[in-house]
Ligand binder design. Structure first.
Ligand code: ARG
Length: 247
């Protein structure tokens, strides 16, 4: 009897937050609709909802902290936050510093231009003699790819994607390169901007967890797999991205 109780207890520990803490702290950068943004002072969106559903399965509370995107990985590895969920792309470089969960969504880098722009496709950016100023969010994959492809002198880096889009709307940039769903949201919110349907690069979004916290990685992966299997992730994605699928 005692043994069975001990086993049940051990199982409960392994599959609940009791193994870590009563509250899991998520770090994000909440200027990235529809994944994370402010609504009446609260951080809401796809990531906030999936994180809440994960915490419900794990039996713990969720607390969300907003920070600069390029501080998220170090906040995870130093233990300031338990995990980062920020429409964050799984990349080999980041995987040197954190573990990533299973993939829960797909993102594609897209180009935002002002109406009437000479840039009509990604090829125009690479064209012979092309010299454009591209806006990106600092530390994102868009930043990394553009800096690699076009050089520092052609890339203007902003704290948030929203800041980059504001600079574009003010005529200070030729285009902004950012993930497709935030791009759609920014274009809808700003008159005079157009989204080019050229896809620059396709990426997998996942949750970042400290390398040594393998128990949390396993728990989050189990919870996320359940939420993918039972359709919860799909319906959260569909709620925020009503049209063409879940990209
Ligand atoms: N997917 C891109 C990356 O991982 C951009 C993510 C930006 N996310 C945010 N919440 N601002 O680099």
């Amino acid at each position: 009897m005692k043994k069975i109780l001990a086993l049940i207890l051990a199982l409960m520990m392994a599959f609940s937050c009791a193994a870590f803490a009563d509250t899991l702290t998520m770090g994000t950068n909440a200027a990235f609709p529809p994944y994370e943004f402010y609504e009446e002072g609260d951080i809401v969106g796809i990531d906030a909802e999936i994180a809440a559903a994960i915490c419900e399965i794990l039996g713990c509370d969720l607390s969300i902290i907003d920070m600069d995107f390029d501080n998220l990985i170090s906040a995870v590895s130093t233990g300031k936050i338990d995990f980062a969920m920020a429409g964050m792309t799984k990349t080999p470089e980041r995987e040197e510093n954190v573990n990533f969960s299973i993939t829960y969504a797909i993102g594609v880098q897209s180009i935002i231009v002002p109406e009437g722009s000479p840039i009509t496709s990604v090829d125009d950016l690479f064209a012979e003699g092309a010299s454009y100023m591209i806006g990106v969010q600092q530390g994102t994959t868009g930043d990394i790819y553009c800096t690699d492809d076009f050089g520092e002198e052609h890339v203007s880096k902003f704290k948030t994607g929203a800041d980059a889009v504001a600079a574009l709307a003010a005529g200070k940039l030729d285009c902004v390169i950012i993930d497709n769903n935030p791009a759609k949201a920014f274009v809808e919110a700003n008159e005079g901007l157009v989204l080019l349907d050229t896809d620059y690069s396709e990426e997998e979004y996942a949750i970042a967890i400290a390398l040594e916290n393998t128990a949390l990685l396993e728990n989050i992966n189990n919870a996320l797999a359940t939420l993918i299997d039972n359709g919860t992730v799909e319906s959260i994605l569909a709620k925020y991205i009503p049209v063409e699928g879940n990209e």
